[in-house]
Unconditional design. Structure first.
Length: 224
């Protein structure tokens, strides 16, 4: 598996460098995020209830984007909160719309849920309002799969961004409807373009269940 990870990283870097030479325009970005717990934002679940630290490095070249992030559970090295995600995507903006095709390889240290996540994302944005739709089919390396659809409308009000996430997920021959409300706020803007922001959110594992299971989390993000 380590050889697979190294191969993916080398391939992403090589592709990015080649495209940068062709496009002659590249943007390197990243962030460091401290999380009170580790939510799974692809499928609306919880990877770990413990605090975690996430580090992301990305490269945008023309219509292509590449990124890799690493999340570490700060209290327990055996949970799903210890993972690597390698992603490549292509997107095109058409007026107020943007359509993107992406694929992720998500690798967990405990090997419980290693998976591919090919996905299609459509975004509409106008003024202070936006809405994003995502569909993906996730084959698991150990067998089985998940099908996920996610809708996330958002609105900006007085410097705050309010975003609602609604998932429809089919896994283990069972449908579920996770939901979450997230509020984001930029706290500080650096002169070099970097910033510090914060998120708070509240999740329901399945909004249609007779007994609701819920949790909240928050994060501090340093973006550069």
């Amino acid at each position: 598996m380590k050889k697979v990870i190294v191969t993916m990283v080398v391939a992403l870097i090589a592709t990015g460098v080649t495209l940068a030479q062709q496009e002659k325009k590249a943007n390197l970005w990243g962030n460091v995020k401290f999380n009170s717990s580790t939510p799974g934002m692809f499928g609306g679940g919880m990877w770990s209830a413990n605090p975690s630290l996430t580090m992301t490095l990305g490269l945008n070249v023309g219509d292509f984007s590449f990124y890799a992030f690493r999340t570490n559970d700060l209290l327990d090295k055996s949970t799903n909160g210890n993972l690597i995600d390698l992603s490549i995507s292509w997107g095109k903006k058409l007026g107020n719309w943007k359509v993107a095709l992406a694929s992720d390889m998500m690798l967990f240290d405990n090997r419980n849920m290693d998976m591919l996540i090919p996905r299609v994302i459509g975004t509409y944005a106008k003024g202070n309002f936006s809405v994003e739709g995502m569909v993906c089919y996730c084959p698991l390396f150990k067998g089985g799969s998940m099908s996920i659809a996610r809708l996330s409308p958002a609105v900006r009000i007085e410097g705050y961004t309010f975003r609602l996430f609604i998932w429809e997920k089919y896994a283990n021959e069972t449908f579920s409807t996770p939901m979450a409300l997230q509020i984001s706020k930029k706290l500080f803007q650096f002169s070099n373009g970097g910033s510090v922001s914060a998120d708070v959110a509240y999740h329901f594992r399945d909004a249609t269940a007779k007994k609701l299971e819920s949790w909240g989390w928050c994060s501090i993000n340093v973006n550069f």
